[in-house]
Structure formats: C-alpha cells, structure tokens
Design a binder for this molecule. Structure first.
Ligand code: VGL
Ligand code: ZN
Length: 201
C-alpha cells in the first residue's frame, strides 16, 4: 500500500483513445486491467477525462483546409490538430467500459475551453490557466503522484512535467501507459520528463 500522501492519477482512459476510437492509441485498451489492479495500492485515485465541446479549437475540422495531425500556431503556441474526439457527453468521451471508476475520489475534466487545448491535468496549454487540480491536491495534503494512462507523450507527459514543476514527487509508470508517438514525440516526452525530475519506472 502506498502512503496516504500519495495519489494515483489515471489519465484519459476513454473510448476515443482506445482501438476503435477517434484518436486511438495502439494498445490503449491493453492497460485497463493493470490500472484497475494498481488502484488497489492507493488510498486516493483520481481520473482525468478529456472533455471537448464539439467546436473545439484543437480539432482539424474547425480550421479550413487543415488535416488531422498537422500543426498550426495558436495564440498560446504550436497546436497539433486532432481528429474530433472526446466530445462532451458522447460515447468517445466515456471511460473505457472495463475501467473501474467507482474508486475515483475525483474525476477531473479538462479541455472544455473551446479556444485552448489542455493536455495537462494542471494547466491549459497556455501553461497559465489552472484546472484547479493543484488546489485540490494541496488542500488534501497529497504531494506524491503516480501517473498512468493515455497518452504517454501528450497528456501524461504534460501532466507529469507540470506536477514536477509544481513541486510534487512524480512517478510515471510506463508499463501502464501507451503513446501516440507522432514524429518522435515519445522520445522527446521521455527526455523532457526525465529533465523535469519525473521518475520513470
Ligand atoms: C490527448 C491529444 C488530444 C491525450 C488528448 O489524452 O493524450 N492527446 N487530446
Ligand atoms: Zn483532446
């Protein structure tokens, strides 16, 4: 059992990131059982849920002439344009059917601002607008985090690096993560996390 100041954060284990989904991550469904088992080691379990309005600015469909997986400049920096995914209330936004959700103390939704994407569970992609998770964890006395889920190189990566910068002790448990791996994004994420002081197991 992990100490009481430690939470498990399960990132974006949603239908759209699993095979058959709009932004499927290879093998995304293969980590569900392991994540369910790992929950048993933690007193606190938090789930995150990518949660976009249908007209979200990160969707290629909202930008004339743009294809999914191209990159454009947004006011807050470069933004990968994604296929429409995780639309609020839709099947794709729902958690994978086998994921244990009853253990969650908190389900943190992110990406609801149509103008700004939010890979991280702590800040939107402007790196400034908070989601409130830091306040939640601090007021509960939680300062150690283990992260698992999807995708290693985007939402897990951004969440882990933000958490490390905020002063949390962060472990990313790689066997229970899967990556999108767009143009070397996985290697870059692993380097970035290591440089930010994230423990990779
Ligand atoms: C994610 C791309 C777009 C993720 C979310 O969960 O890693 N990736 N939205
Ligand atoms: Zn998204």
């Amino acid at each position: 059992m992990q100490p009481a100041d430690t939470a498990l954060i399960v990132i974006d284990m949603q239908n759209d990131f699993c095979p058959g989904g709009a932004l499927a991550v290879e093998g995304g469904d293969g980590i569900v059982t392991g994540i369910n088992t790992l929950m048993g080691d933690f007193a606190t379990v938090i789930l995150t849920q990518d949660w976009h309005p249908a007209s979200h600015g990160s969707f290629a469909s909202q930008h004339d002439g743009q294809e999914p997986f191209s990159v454009i400049d947004m006011p807050y920096g470069p933004q990968v344009l994604w296929p429409d995914h995780c639309i609020q209330g839709g099947h794709g936004a729902a958690f994978h059917g086998e994921l244990v959700t009853d253990r969650a103390d908190l389900i943190l939704r992110k990406g609801y601002n149509p103008a700004i994407d939010s890979y991280s569970a702590f800040f939107e992609n402007d790196h400034t607008t908070p989601t409130g998770l830091d306040g939640y964890l601090r007021t509960r006395g939680i300062d150690r985090l283990t992260m698992v889920g999807l995708a290693t190189d985007f939402c897990v990566n951004y969440s882990a690096q933000d958490a490390a910068r905020l002063g949390y002790s962060v472990t990313v448990h790689q066997p229970l993560c899967r990556a999108i791996d767009l143009d070397g994004s996985l290697a870059a994420a692993l380097t970035g996390m290591a440089e930010s002081g994230v423990k990779l197991t």
